[in-house]
Ligand binder design. Structure first.
Ligand code: HEC
Ligand code: HEC
Length: 260
């Protein structure tokens, strides 16, 4: 009996889960006629292409021109992902009808069938540069290892296009992700600290400083506090790397697809 009750609760909570956006239409009704694909392409062109690229090659948004997606194993999962977005990332939810979303799922599937241009760089040399000359491990984690000042790069090849990755390396401040904020502050006893904001409320702020150390302050103990929107502690690598080395590092990053 107890098991039955648990079952009912589970079913109710699935129904209440974010799918409430399409309460009656959420039942799987995949669409795949050429007309559906064309309709999906039109919506994609106006609402998604500016982040994901016109052919799904990616950009600020993930690469969609691939057979398997990082966050969605099957079409129903893609459907829910498009409706709800991915919380905590730049991927927004969409108030489209269920039919429109299914048309978009059908269109996205066609993107995965297009041959992609292979990258020219050598990923093995890129990995070497990442660990040595680039000093990237100081600030970035890959597969659980490295610093935490910058974003985890474990799946970055699935989340960003090669062009975006090159831009992030040569001109970091042109590609600061949403939600990322550099701050600098001075304590009342004159100590100056720059770091990345982790949390902030009316009374306190928590940061990770440039030595990758977690620090928490009461705002009342700060003599100065600035938000450096659009600034980044990541150095630009336009001079540090040759163009061929940049190609290698980009090829290495593009191959980081979270095990896919
Ligand atoms: C403001 C930019 C932006 C817009 C607009 C946007 N996306 Fe995204 N999307 C992203 C980002 C960024 C990610 C990757 C999130 C992550 O994994 O960190 C993403 C992820 C995805 C994924 C998952 C990819 C994977 O490999 O799992 C799908 C599918 C997707 N978007 C489809 C769409 C569709 C369809 C639209 C239009 C209705 C759309 N997106 C609009 C930024 C955007
Ligand atoms: C001093 C710390 C630091 C070093 C060293 C550093 N980065 Fe970063 N990196 C950051 C921070 C912080 C961000 C987030 C803000 C931004 O985009 O500039 C970032 C962003 C990125 C991004 C964009 C990620 C995304 O999802 O938008 C990539 C790619 C990247 N770094 C790769 C590298 C590589 C490769 C190296 C070595 C060649 C490197 N970084 C060295 C701190 C660093």
């Amino acid at each position: 009996m107890r098991r039955l009750a648990a079952c009912v609760v589970a079913v109710l909570s699935i129904a209440e889960d974010g799918r409430a956006q399409h309460p009656t239409e959420a039942t799987p009704q995949p669409k795949s006629t050429p007309q559906d694909i064309a309709a999906g392409a039109r919506i994609y062109g106006s609402q998604c292409a500016y982040c994901h690229g016109t052919r799904g090659e990616g950009g600020r948004g993930a690469v969609l021109a691939r057979r398997r997606l990082l966050h969605a194993a099957d079409d129903l999962a893609v459907f829910h992902l498009i409706a709800q977005g991915i919380p905590g990332t730049e991927m927004p939810g969409n108030p489209l009808s269920a039919s429109e979303i299914w048309q978009m799922v059908a269109f996205i599937r066609t993107l995965g069938l297009v041959e992609q241009q292979p990258l020219t760089g050598n990923p093995a040399r890129g990995e070497e540069l990442y660990r040595t000359k680039g000093g990237c491990t100081r600030c970035h984690t890959l597969a659980g290892r490295g610093g935490a000042l910058g974003p985890d790069l474990t799946e970055v090849g699935g989340r960003r296009s090669a062009a975006y990755l090159r831009e992030a390396l040569t001109n970091p401040e042109a590609a600061v992700p949403d939600g990322f904020l550099q701050v600098h502050l001075m304590t009342t006893n004159g100590r100056k600290i720059t770091g990345v904001r982790l949390n902030e409320d009316a009374f306190s702020i928590q940061i990770r400083d440039l030595s990758d150390i977690f620090r928490s302050f009461w705002k009342s103990e700060l003599a100065e506090f600035h938000r450096d929107a659009g600034r980044s502690p990541m150095p630009g690598y336009r001079e540090a790397f040759t163009s061929a080395e940049l190609d290698d590092v980009v090829a290495f990053l593009a191959s980081q697809q979270g095990g896919l």
